[in-house]
Design a protein around this ligand. Structure first.
Ligand code: ADP
Length: 768
């Protein structure tokens, strides 16, 4: 009984009881028996939706009750604020909760006053690198979805971070929550924790494969679901659930497929709506349109009005949360989603349909079957305890052979073991530098000793491999002057410390430093940033030359690199996910490469060096997107031109802003004159505006579009905002009085009131 739990802050056991959590689920009871409320370390490997969060809460609250401090590591940034909101339930019992997102180079000292802190593993890693003082006060750390140490991109950070936290805080309680994986014992061994392993679920899950006109369940039973004429299997399954008043979650393998499926499934859900629901959905659709006026937004609003939605990582965060909560409320009847929804977001549904079990994988070079673990996590979203009699998860077979294959491959199969990806060179490069810079190791021996605490070391049979990669990484760091070796002592150089604190991949830092140095050495090749990019279209080489001739540098000073040149520089670092080249892109961007040749920093690979040149062009495509953004090209136009979602633009812009910030610091520290140009390029990316709008766009509540309209109306600066005729300002802001007042308040105008101001319609263009 939760009411009988001990060691928690006063009132909490009763509170759980009131929340409807009266008895512990069996795996939770096991965790308590294993000492999770007494500071014991634990790995809980149990199915999705079996109450892992409560185990985490018990661990953290009891730790806080003993005077300690707890950290909850989330796998996705998007989950951080959601978890924080969840834990804030405990503030009434005197438990303070904080979330650490934001920049990777700050220490967030204010968090020292919080009892529970939520952060991503990357953020925690950076806090360790920046010596945040409260890290050494931690008594409990929870790692959510710890099986993600298997992820080749993000896994190593989580792995090393847990090892560091254990080293800093001997006796630290580590509670690792995991999906059911093949080698949970090994994970528990690595973390020196006891293991709670269970297949128990709070609600029955029936799994099966739909083929022909029926679902064939793994228990041997069947359910007839007819597919009529040209109808799709998933549509028939969604209609079938709706007949019983249930909702469906359809997993597909790409964003585009998610959107296309939602459009089709909207007709199915539409047929089942009551008029009351229709009204509510119309309101929801309006809310979605209000978030942004992009095409994605309009598409989503259209399907939502009919009771269907799509969900993927390219959606704006506000769109995502609107969809999730309306689906939980059963107003939205069906969601087609990429697997991001299966990871972490609590959105159970009566029926889960896993439509695609293969996904395109660039590194694999074709369609690749998903892991058993991934499929099981999607299936685990089926069934809402207390609401549904049971959950159903269905895969789709086109024929009898495929049905058999799906049973073998997924329904009867055990999930794969979790394997460390730490020995990959990019991962080690970053973590070895950080380990040396933050003082965890000061010799090759102590470094290897530290690495011995990782999962990789627990798992590898090939002892020599880790040493080998470590040595090659040490050489790389030394050649690039990030570390120095002196009599066997390893030390980070000043620039090495900076790179580690900035959270850069050392290879990104080397690329940026080389590019900036090379520019100064060659004296730059173009004249000036503002001169060469007068238009948002491609600027021709002859234009550039004209500029050079008209105003040749006389002082011997190095000219500023252009924004495009700088965007390209940061886009080609391994810290930026570049855009893919589609068919036709190669020639487009090759042409652009020659047209704007003088603007690029560093060496341009030869066209005959296929792989390198292709990479370079992908970076150019990415840089061009960033340039478009900084030239105020419409979001819709950008999504169309580059085949990306609005969420992707945001992602690229955020990454570029961070990398340019890092470049600015490196340039400053190395006394390179380009740091001014870098700062400008960064500001323009931040606001998405041309240079002349920088002053205005920095004002809160203005943004790029309003700044442009104000500028066109003759209000060109903050000073103008404080002086200009209010009717002109109001007209430029399209008659929005509230907005106008807020903006004027934000620039400190003495009397910002818009009462009695007539909008002067002639003062601003109707449509910009
Ligand atoms: P997981 O993290 O394992 O996927 P959650 O922790 O999100 O699962 O729990 C799923 C749901 O079960 C939540 O809505 C939670 O409130 C509920 N729950 C957890 N433990 C209990 C319990 N002992 N009794 C009743 N409901 C519970």
């Amino acid at each position: 009984k939760t009411a009988d739990l001990t060691g928690l802050p006063a009132g909490v056991p009763e509170f759980f009881h009131e929340e409807g959590v009266e008895e512990l689920y069996p795996p939770q009871a096991e965790a308590v028996e294993a000492g999770v409320t007494d500071g014991e370390s634990l790995v809980a490997s149990i199915p999705t939706a079996s109450g892992k969060t409560l185990i985490a809460e018990l661990a953290m609250l009891s730790s806080v009750q003993r005077g300690g401090k707890a950290l909850y590591i989330v796998p996705l940034r998007a989950l951080a604020s959601e978890k924080k909101a969840e834990f804030e339930r405990f503030e009434q019992f005197g438990v303070d909760v904080g979330v650490s997102t934001g920049n990777y180079d700050s220490t967030s000292e204010w968090l020292a006053t919080r009892d529970i802190i939520v952060a991503t593993s990357e953020k925690v890693d950076s806090l360790v690198r920046n010596n945040a003082s409260w890290i050494s006060e931690l008594t409990c750390v929870v790692s959510d979805e710890v099986h993600l140490v298997d992820d080749r991109h993000r896994g190593p950070t989580l792995e090393v971070t847990l090892a560091k936290l254990q080293k800093i805080n001997p006796g630290l309680q580590v509670v690792a929550l995991s999906a059911t994986v093949g080698n949970a014992e090994e994970v528990a061994d690595w973390l020196d924790a006891s293991l709670v392993r269970s297949d128990w679920r709070p609600i029955d899950l029936k799994t099966g494969v739909h083929y022909g006109n029926a679902i064939n369940f793994d228990d041997g039973s069947q359910r007839e679901v007819r597919v009529e004429g040209s109808e799709k299997q998933e549509a028939a399954l969604v209609a079938d659930t709706l007949e019983e008043g249930g909702s469906s979650l359809v997993f597909v393998n790409s964003r585009r497929n998610a959107e296309a499926a939602a459009k089709r499934l909207a007709d199915v859900s539409d047929a089942a709506l009551t008029s009351g629901e229709r009204d509510e959905l119309a309101e929801l659709a309006a809310e979605i349109r209000d978030v942004s006026d992009t095409e994605t937004s309009a598409d989503l609003a259209r399907t939502v009005a009919k009771g269907a939605a799509f969900h993927h990582a390219g959606l704006a965060a506000d769109h995502r949360s609107i969809v999730e909560s309306a689906f939980r409320d059963r107003l939205i009847k069906v969601v087609s989603a990429t697997p991001t929804l299966a990871a972490g977001v609590n959105t159970p549904s009566r029926r889960v349909v896993v439509r695609d079990w293969r996904r395109y994988d660039g590194e694999f070079g074709g369609m690749k079957p998903l892991n058993v673990l991934e499929i099981h996590q999607m299936m685990g979203r089926a069934g809402r305890p207390g609401r549904d009699p049971y959950g159903e998860a269905v895969l789709l077979g086109k024929n009898a052979d495929e049905m058999d294959e799906l049973f073998e491959r997924y329904l009867w199969a055990d999930p794969e073991p979790v394997r460390s990806k730490l020995a990959a060179e990019p991962a080690l490069r970053t973590h070895v530098l950080a380990t040396i810079a933050s003082g965890f190791a000061n010799s090759r021996e102590s470094l290897l000793e530290f690495l011995d605490r990782t999962l990789y070391a627990t798992q590898t049979d090939d002892e020599g491999r880790l040493e080998q990669v470590t040595d090659s990484v040490l050489r790389y760091l030394e050649v690039n002057e990030f570390i120095e070796r002196d009599d066997g002592t390893l030390r980070a150089t000043n620039i090495g410390h900076t790179v580690s604190r900035l959270y850069l991949d050392p290879m990104s830092a080397a690329e940026i430093i080389d590019g900036l140095r090379d520019w100064e050495r060659k004296g730059g090749e173009t004249q000036d940033a503002s001169a060469s990019e007068a238009e948002s279209g491609f600027v021709s080489a002859s234009d550039l030359r004209k500029d050079e001739n008209s105003e040749s540098p006389s002082t011997g000073e190095v000219p500023k690199p252009t924004a495009l040149g700088l965007y390209h520089l940061v886009s080609r670092t391994p810290d930026m996910y570049q855009l893919y080249l589609k068919s036709g892109d190669r020639s487009t961007y090759t042409e652009l490469c020659y047209e704007r040749e003088g603007e690029f920093l560093g060496h341009v690979p030869s066209e005959y060096d296929d792989v390198a040149f292709e990479d370079w062009l992908s970076a150019l495509k990415t840089a061009k997107l960033l340039e478009d953004w900084s030239m105020e090209v419409d979001e819709d136009r950008i999504t169309e031109r580059y085949g990306v979602g609005p969420g992707d633009i945001r992602g690229k812009v955020d990454t570029a802003e961070w990398l340019l910030g890092a470049a600015e610091q490196l340039a400053g520290e190395l006394n390179l004159a380009s740091n001014v140009a870098v700062r400008e390029a960064k500001k323009r990316i931040e606001y998405g505006v041309r240079e002349e709008l920088l002053d205005l766009a920095g004002v809160r509540n203005i943004g790029r579009k309003r700044a442009r309209r104000l500028f066109e109306a003759g209000v060109e600066s903050r000073a103008d905002l404080r002086e200009a005729d209010k009717s002109v300002i109001l007209a430029a802001l399209r008659g929005r009085r509230k907005t106008a007042e807020t903006v004027l308040e934000n620039v400190g105008r003495r009397n910002p009131s818009m009462d009695d101001v007539e909008a002067d319609e002639s003062a601003a263009p109707v449509e910009f």
